[in-house]
Design a protein around this ligand. Structure first.
Ligand code: 5GP
Ligand code: MN
Length: 336
């Protein structure tokens, strides 16, 4: 069935005809897709004359702050009261890039209690309950691609512009590994062409996201790869670990380790890469893999209180780094 079917799109159009207070939310620890889809939808709704605010659980990383519109994002970590007040007053809540409300961290309770009409647009497996409209397309490479599809289904392609397009392009680019993951289809490129026809310049977005490293970030990556990477040949797996002390030594700022886990997959023959990072007393874990026969979301959900996509998942370990590493080594044979 078509994700954005005529009947439900007609409902959304009717809803937006009336004066609404729209709030856009997305998952915690924002990435290029959650920020890109939020900001893209924000500019689009603003252009339609709708009152709209983006309310996120926590701030955007520095490499996404070039995007026009990120400066308007409220986040519950820094503007707690205002963020919760906006959610409470909202009449429509767009829930982007997450499948269950617990992915929004400290916003979860407020979202559960909110009286607004909840519209989910997402591409994660197993869409949860509690939404009035669920536009879920697991095969889509990104939520930003779905937002572009949504605007198209609304008949509003002519509203696309550089602000909307840059944000959506960024979401598609980052969630598709710069157009290299199996989730990229001919439709992805059609959507990109549509954005480019409305002023998006891809090279500028690639530069803005990927060429804004600090020297210390590169040194942190060099250290991690040189000193803190273990090759588990038998399981075709790479383990990368960083403790809080090590992160601090390189003056870690949020976003500095984004993408580090993918480096492991660039080694010939490696099928899984796992990155463990100590943060605020817990171990955050990122899983990446190659191929349909190498799911990592099952490992994340079964043993590490997480989940995600087949080849990109996340989770956590409450305990020491050594215990987390031991657990991973213990369960790896199950996923060979
Ligand atoms: P990352 O490694 O970039 O933090 O997360 C990769 C992907 O795994 C995310 O896009 C998200 O889909 C998923 N993910 C990360 N953490 C969690 C988690 O705690 N729970 C669930 N269900 N999915 C997660
Ligand atoms: Mn996404």
């Amino acid at each position: 069935m078509q994700t954005f079917d005529e009947q439900r799109i007609a409902h959304i159009k009717d809803l937006l005809e009336v004066k609404q207070k729209v709030v856009i939310v997305a998952h915690k620890s924002p990435d290029g897709d959650s920020i890109g889809s939020s900001v893209g939808l924000y500019h689009y709704l603003q252009k339609k004359g709708v009152e709209v605010t983006i309310c996120h659980p926590d701030p955007a990383p520095y490499f996404l702050q070039w995007m026009n519109g990120t400066e308007t994002i409220l986040n519950a970590e820094e503007q707690r009261e205002l963020t919760f007040q906006k959610i409470k007053e909202a009449t429509i809540l767009f829930c982007l890039d997450f499948n269950t409300l617990n992915r929004t961290g400290i916003l979860e309770q407020a979202l559960m209690e909110a009286s607004a009409t909840k519209i989910m647009i997402d591409h994660h497996l197993y869409p949860g309950h509690g939404f009035d409209y669920t536009f879920s397309e697991v095969a889509s490479c990104s939520t930003a691609q779905l937002i572009t599809d949504f605007i198209h289904a609304m008949g509003d392609d002519e509203l696309l512009d550089e602000n909307i397009g840059n944000a959506l392009y960024c979401g598609i680019m980052t969630d598709s590994g710069s157009f290299r993951f199996p989730s990229v289809t001919s439709h992805t490129h059609i959507v990109i062409a549509r954005l480019m026809e409305h002023g998006v310049k891809p090279h500028m977005i690639h530069e803005a996201v990927y060429d804004t490293n600090s020297f210390e970030k590169l040194q942190l990556w060099a250290f991690a790869i040189d000193q803190k990477t273990e090759v588990l040949e038998k399981h075709k797996t790479i383990l990368i670990t960083l403790s809080q002390n090590e992160l601090e030594k390189y003056h870690y700022t949020k976003g500095d380790t984004e993408g580090l886990v993918n480096e492991g997959l660039s080694i010939t023959g490696i099928k899984k890469s796992i990155f463990l990072m100590e943060q605020d007393g817990i171990i955050k874990i990122s899983f990446r893999s190659k191929g349909e026969d190498n799911p990592v979301n099952t490992m994340a959900s079964k043993y590490f209180q997480g989940g995600g996509h087949l080849n990109a998942a996340g989770g956590k370990w409450v305990g020491s780094m050594d215990a987390a590493i031991a657990k991973i080594k213990d369960v790896l044979p199950e996923f060979d």
